[in-house]
Design a protein around this ligand. Structure first.
Ligand code: ADP
Ligand code: MG
Ligand code: MG
Length: 924
């Protein structure tokens, strides 16, 4: 049988349905579904998305049979409407609309009023007795056809109509008289002929064919391609083309058009929400030519149509079981629905609607959990402006402009036009908003120091936008109205001048920029968690909590956190963390004064180890004594440093154990290359020398001696413990002593010691034996014991490959996927930034493997490591502590691999809980 390309809808019956989105696009599938539901939808037909696919594959040709099907369906539509394309008495007019499987609002083309020509116009005037209307739709059609189909710049048409309005001394399009519009039509045709080079086509069939091609071509238009890239939309066949009988909202005062939502898309409130315009057509509502009217007012203007509309809204929401975003048109009091789709919403609305709909039993709790977008979720925690303040400020005319809402959150500060200055102000505890034409990598320090970032250029993936989102700093990007003059240290916007030091405020949720000071406050959720707001006062918090309670019910994956301080631990616990999956000890080495004994220790470590080795090899007691004497100073320096560090570390661990009482705390022993601690510049070298009582040149020489070409693959992780065993011993002692102390204070402590960078079981055993020996010594000294685990990170590929052997010595595995990615892919984490972007934009890799786990490659090692490890030790506890532990897609992978838990930064804990639940539900 020949392939079917076209699907008809009309007269209460459609060949398609909502299930056929892939093939009919979202718009077409829902037009079919609504038709079948008996909703008043103007009839028409949908040309399937696979036509678009064939069109591009064949270099712009229609597939065989399509032309005949279009003819047949046009004839059917003509019969259904009792009208004919090009007929002067009963003309059929149609819209030709785009619509892909995934909604891409406004990104592709639509042509309205197709079928008009000079003769048809006369017929319409005769029939409607409304020449104003006839010329209005004709001039719109010539404009759209010329612009969208023939590529003639819309500006040329704009010029004509603006001139006409000026001449008529009116400000709105719909104030032009029939006579004036008739003149506009004539001029439009002239513009068309001048720029297209041909007369405006009069044949409806010719118009239709051109329009269908134009809609198909808009699939590859710049706007659409960019939109798909920014939203990671891939794997679609193309756009469908919907040819649909026109209805008119611009025929007179009993006509109108609008958009409506079954619930409020920004707050989630259950109310009919939307906007409309009387006597208007299609895009007028969104185009901002006239200010639309609140939907509720329609109940006054046209009570019957309003009642019918709201009842259809309820019906559609019940049918689709989700908030619907709809388009409607009223022609001479009769209501038509032109589109319905599941509406986009803010995270605040999403949370409220999910909870409400589950309580209304419209959806299940599982569906409610699946409804929340994990990408949007972090916006819940960003700081905010008070809605009342915003109202006031806008009334005072302080809204300067609107850019892209590039990174959520509200920020207020003084204007700073260069990054260095932002850093300087931050040291003085002053809040600065960094305002740049665009940002570049050397601005990082200032971006970090600023409370908000505002750029005049750049889109949602500009440097400023990406970096700001990563930092969690509010950002408005691409505010084109702002003109920056760096040399004058000022910018102008809509006629006002702002100087460095003036106050501004930006709202990263809306993209709005204000020319005045506005107080910010933490998100409601943070306020409640910090005890600054009562739970009962915050509906948002209650709904947030409800969603996560449901999520916890469905997820099987544990969620722990990466935290190095009691403060972070507490924050994470408030967010629902079930333990610490990664506590990095090196951060403790940097705190305050500690860096000096750390440096002291490192600089003596080499000689100290040499001493131990020589003592081991010594034949006689006398030799031993001599060696000890020779290294006397080194010993004092090294052991003295460790003695200073031990109480610091013990204190840190006590704090963390207390904050996490009753939950496991996984502590990673020292991991980074030692050079990270060393004094690299002249000043710190001199200071270190003073501290040690040696000459700066001595320190400089030692630093040079410890230099490595590839520190990340160098002397780090457990390799440090092979050469300098005393360091891990000190850390193990600090952990166990702290655990015993906190236990004695009546708290439950569950320490887990994690050895990093292991590549072989023999290596793990070597290091572990020393640690166990030290722990046993502590137990003996203290005459007390405590249960603990020793496990390892799996981050060297060899460890994953030999995980069965390693599991014999490890009680748990934690996949360190940052290093594992680096070593598996051979990308240096510190250098790959300069070229990885190209890999992603050119589609060589689908995403940055450091932020999304490379499931096919690195993931294979993770899966293999988990399986092999459990073969040896069936109850092996397995988790992940790399950056990926907070990424929803990677979490889904961890769930499928059968891990016990993921660990992520405190602020990502709630996201991980949600993502883990979604993974559990999605994977059945
Ligand atoms: P988009 O995807 O950009 O919303 P649409 O195809 O939905 O494009 O159409 C643009 C506008 O034209 C919408 O306001 C829509 O309601 C209106 N429109 C489309 N088809 C018709 C029609 N057959 N009759 C009246 N208005 C229409
Ligand atoms: Mg639409
Ligand atoms: Mg690592």
């Amino acid at each position: 049988m020949a392939e079917k390309w076209v699907y008809f809808f009309g007269g209460g019956k459609a060949q398609g349905s909502a299930k056929m989105k892939e093939l009919l696009g979202g718009k077409g599938a829902n037009l079919a579904e609504m038709t079948n539901l008996g909703i008043p939808v103007p009839p028409g037909f949908t040309i399937a998305t696979k036509v678009c696919e064939v069109y591009y594959k064949s270099g712009g040709k229609w597939p065989k049979g399509l032309a005949e099907e279009v003819d047949r369906n046009t004839a059917q539509l003509e019969r259904a409407m009792g009208a004919k394309l090009g007929d002067t008495k009963k003309p059929l007019l149609v819209s030709v609309r785009s619509g892909a499987a995934v909604s891409m609002p406004g990104m592709m083309n639509t042509v309205l009023n197709l079928g008009l020509n000079d003769d048809v116009i006369d017929g319409i005037i005769e029939k409607t007795n409304n020449p104003r209307f006839a010329y209005d739709i004709y001039r719109r059609f010539i404009d759209m056809f010329g612009g969208v189909v023939m590529g003639c710049d819309h500006e040329y048409f704009e010029k004509v109509i603006n001139a006409a309005k000026k001449k008529a001394k009116v400000s709105l399009d719909n104030e032009l008289s029939a006579e004036q519009l008739k003149e506009v039509v004539e001029k439009y045709k002239a513009v068309y002929k001048r720029h297209v080079g041909r007369l405006f086509p009069q044949d409806g069939r010719v118009q239709l064919t051109h329009a269908i091609n134009a809609v198909i071509r808009s699939w590859m238009g710049d706007r659409a391609v960019t939109y798909r890239r920014l939203n990671n939309i891939t794997g679609l066949l193309g756009t469908a083309v919907n040819v649909q009988a026109m209805v008119f909202g611009n025929m007179g005062p009993d006509c109108g058009t609008g958009v409506c939502f079954t619930r409020n898309p920004s707050t989630g409130k259950k109310e009919f929400y939307g906007e409309f315009l009387m006597n208007a057509q299609g895009e007028d509502v969104v185009a901002g030519i006239r200010t639309p009217i609140e939907l509720k007012k329609l109940s006054k203007v046209m009570p019957k149509a309003y009642k019918q509309l709201t009842s259809l809204m309820s019906k559609l929401e019940r049918h689709y079981k989700d908030m619907q975003d709809m388009e409607f048109t009223i022609q001479e009091k009769i209501l038509y629905i032109l589109q319905t789709r599941t509406g986009k919403r803010t995270i605040f609305a999403a949370i409220k609607m999910a909870v409400d709909m589950a309580r209304e039993k419209l959806i299940t709790q599982k569906e409610a959990v699946m409804r929340i977008d994990t990408e949007q979720f972090p916006q819940l925690f960003a700081s905010i402006f008070d809605a009342k303040d915003i109202d006031n400020v806008e009334k005072e005319g302080q809204l300067l402009t609107k850019g892209l809402n590039a990174s959520p959150g509200a920020a207020c500060g003084i204007i700073v036009l260069n990054a260095k200055e932002a850093e300087r102000l931050a040291t003085k505890k002053m809040q600065a908003i960094l305002v740049r034409i665009e940002t570049s990598p050397e601005d990082i320090g200032g971006m970090d120091a600023a409370v908000g970032i505002l750029t005049a250029r750049g889109g949602m993936t500009s440097h400023a936008a990406v970096v700001a989102r990563g930092m969690g700093t509010p950002c408005v990007a691409g505010a084109n109205d702002i003109h920056i003059n760096y040399s004058k240290s000022q910018f102008t916007v809509t006629g006002r001048t702002f100087k460095a030091g003036d106050w501004i405020a930006i709202d990263g949720f809306t993209g709005k920029v204000y020319g005045t000071k506005i107080e910010t406050k933490p998100s409601e959720i943070i306020q409640v968690l910090d005890g600054k707001m009562a739970r009962s006062k915050s509906k948002l918090f209650q709904n947030y909590q409800q969603v996560l309670v449901w999520a916890d019910k469905f997820r099987t994956l544990g969620v722990q956190t990466n935290a190095d301080t009691p403060g972070d631990a507490k924050r994470a616990r408030d967010f629902g963390a079930e333990g610490i999956g990664l506590c990095r000890t090196e951060h403790m080495f940097f705190k305050g004064e500690r860096i000096w004994p750390v440096r002291q220790m490192i600089l003596a470590a080499g000689d100290y180890t040499r001493m131990l080795n020589e003592i081991d090899a010594a034949q006689t007691k006398k030799d031993k004594k001599a060696i000890e004497k020779k290294y006397g100073a080194v010993r004092k320096q090294f052991e003295g440093a460790l003695k200073k560090l031990l109480p610091y570390q013990r204190g840190d661990f006590e704090g963390i154990f207390k904050a996490m009482a009753g939950l496991p705390v996984t502590i990673r022993l020292l991991d980074p290359p030692l050079h990270e601690f060393l004094p690299q510049d002249r000043w710190t070298q001199t200071e270190t020398a003073r501290w040690l009582g040696v000459k700066p040149a001595v320190v400089k020489a030692m630093v040079e001696q410890l230099h490595e070409f590839n520190p990340m693959l160098g002397h780090r992780g457990c390799r440090l413990a092979v050469t300098y065993p005393a360091i891990y011993r000190m850390q193990a002692r600090a952990i166990i002593e702290a655990a015993l102390n906190v236990k004695r204070a009546g708290k439950i402590v569950l320490p887990e010691i994690m050895i990093p960078l292991v590549g072989a079981v023999s290596e793990l055993k070597h290091v572990k034996d020393q640690i166990v020996d030290e722990i046993n010594t502590v137990f003996k000294e203290r005459k007390a014991k405590i249960k603990y685990l020793i496990g390892t990170m799996i981050e060297v590929p060899r460890a994953a490959l030999t995980a069965d052997e390693i599991a014999a010595e490890a009680q748990f595995f934690s996949f360190g996927t940052n290093d594992l990615t680096q070593m598996t892919m051979g990308f240096s984490r510190d250098d790959a930034g300069s070229f990885l972007g190209e890999y992603v934009s050119k589609g060589i890799y689908s995403a940055d493997p450091f932020s999304k786990l490379d499931q096919t490659g690195v993931g294979k090692l993770v899966e293999m490591g988990t399986k092999l490890g459990r073969k040896t030790r069936p109850n092996l506890k397995v988790g992940i502590c790399g950056e990926h532990g907070g990424d929803p897609d990677s979490i889904d992978f961890c769930h499928r691999v059968g891990m016990d838990y993921v660990s992520c930064s405190p602020f990502r804990v709630p996201i991980a809980r949600l993502a883990a639940a979604q993974a559990a539900v999605a994977n059945g």
